[in-house]
Ligand binder design. Structure first.
Ligand code: ATP
Length: 270
C-alpha cells in the first residue's frame, strides 16, 4: 500500500460541520486552518508555527475526522499513513516510505500529513519486543524525526498525528519543533452525543417518534464511531423489516447491538 493521498473533492470533502461536538479541539485547530490558507501571513513577521499537532484521545472519537476537516476547511491535500502499516515491514521499507511521503507532500504544499496510530511506530526507542522487528521500527521512527527536522513550516506542510497512548511515545517526538502541541479529543458528553446523533441521522428517514436526546441519554460512554455505527445499524434494521421510516425501537435495538459488540470485544481483550 502506497502512502494514501486524498485530494477530497467537493462531494467527499469533510469540513467542521461534519465534526460534531469537540468545540475546543476545533477552536484549537482553527489556527492551523488559517495558516494553511495563507502561510505567508503567519511567517512574515518571523514567527514559527507548530510543525506537528498531536491529537490525543480514545478510539473512535473523531481524530481522523478532525484532521480531514482541517484539510477540507483549508482546501488543501490530505496525505495519510497509519503507524500500524509499519509494524510488519521489511528492512528499510518503513524509512523509505516515510521519506517518500514527505517528498510527495512537499511537492503539494500547502497540505496536511496525517499519521494515525503514531504510537505503533513512535514508541520509545530501546524498549520492548524482539530485536529484529524493533530495529526496523526504530529506523522508521528515526527517519520520521529526520524528516520533521528537515522541513520548515513556512513551506506549508503541517503534520498531524493521532494516538490513544501518548504515554508510550518516544520523548524525542514531543520536543519543541516536533509534536509540541497536543489537543485532547475526548469522548462526547450528553450534548456532544446529541450533536453526533444529529449529524449521523441527517440523511436518514426518521419516524416522528425518534427522540435524539433520549438516544443520547441511553448511550453514555459511546464514542462518535459507536454512535455512527448505531445510527447506521438502526437504518439497516428498519430496512430489513421493510419499514418506510426508522423508528425509535430500531435505534434502541441498534444501540443494544452496539453495546453487545463492545462487551464481546472487551471480553476478548481482558
Ligand atoms: P481511531 O483512533 O480508532 O482511529 P478516531 O478518533 O480517528 O479513531 P475517527 O476514525 O475519526 O475516529 O471516527 C470514526 C467515525 O466515527 C467517523 O468517520 C465518524 O463517522 C464518526 N465520528 C467519530 N467522532 C465523531 C464526531 N465528533 N462527530 C461526528 N462523527 C464522528
Amino acid at each position: 500500500k502506497a502512502a494514501l493521498y486524498e485530494n477530497l473533492d467537493e462531494h467527499t470533502r469533510i469540513t467542521f460541520k461534519d465534526v460534531a461536538g469537540l468545540d475546543e479541539a476545533k477552536a484549537e485547530v482553527m489556527e492551523v486552518v488559517d495558516f494553511l490558507k495563507d502561510p505567508k501571513k503567519y511567517t512574515k513577521l518571523g514567527g514559527k508555527l507548530p510543525k506537528g499537532v498531536l491529537l490525543v484521545g480514545p478510539p473512535g472519537t473523531g481524530k481522523t475526522l478532525l484532521a480531514k476537516a482541517v484539510a477540507g476547511e483549508a482546501d488543501v491535500p490530505f496525505f495519510s499513513l497509519s503507524g500500524s502499516d509499519f509494524v510488519e515491514m521489511f528492512v528499510g521499507v518503513g524509512a523509505a516510505r516515510v521519506r517518500d511521503l514527505f517528498k510527495q507532500a512537499k511537492e503539494k504544499a500547502p497540505c496536511i500529513i496525517f499519521i494515525d496510530e503514531i504510537d505503533a511506530v513512535g514508541r520509545s526507542r530501546g524498549k520492548g519486543a524482539m530485536m529484529g522487528a524493533n530495529d526496523e521500527r526504530e529506523n522508521t521512527l528515526n527517519q520520521l524525526l529526520v524528516e520533521m527536522d528537515g522541513f520548515a513550516t513556512d513551506k506549508g506542510v503541517i503534520l498531524m498525528a493521532a494516538t490513544n497512548r501518548p504515554d508510550v511515545l518516544d520523548s524525542a517526538l514531543l520536543r519543541p519543533g516536533r509534536f509540541d502541541r497536543q489537543i485532547m479529543v475526548d469522548k462526547p458528553d450528553l450534548k456532544g452525543r446529541i450533536d453526533i446523533f444529529t449529524v449521523h441521522t441527517k440523511k436518514l428517514s426518521l419516524s416522528p417518534d425518534v427522540n435524539l436526546k433520549a438516544l443520547a441519554s441511553q448511550t453514555p460512554g459511546f464514542a462518535g464511531a459507536e454512535i455512527a455505527n448505531a445510527a447506521n445499524e438502526a437504518a439497516l434494521l428498519a430496512s430489513r423489516q421493510n419499514k418506510l421510516t426508522i423508528e425509535m425501537k430500531d435505534f434502541e435495538d441498534a444501540i443494544e447491538r452496539v453495546i453487545a459488540g463492545l462487551e464481546k470485544r472487551n471480553k476478548v481483550i481482558n
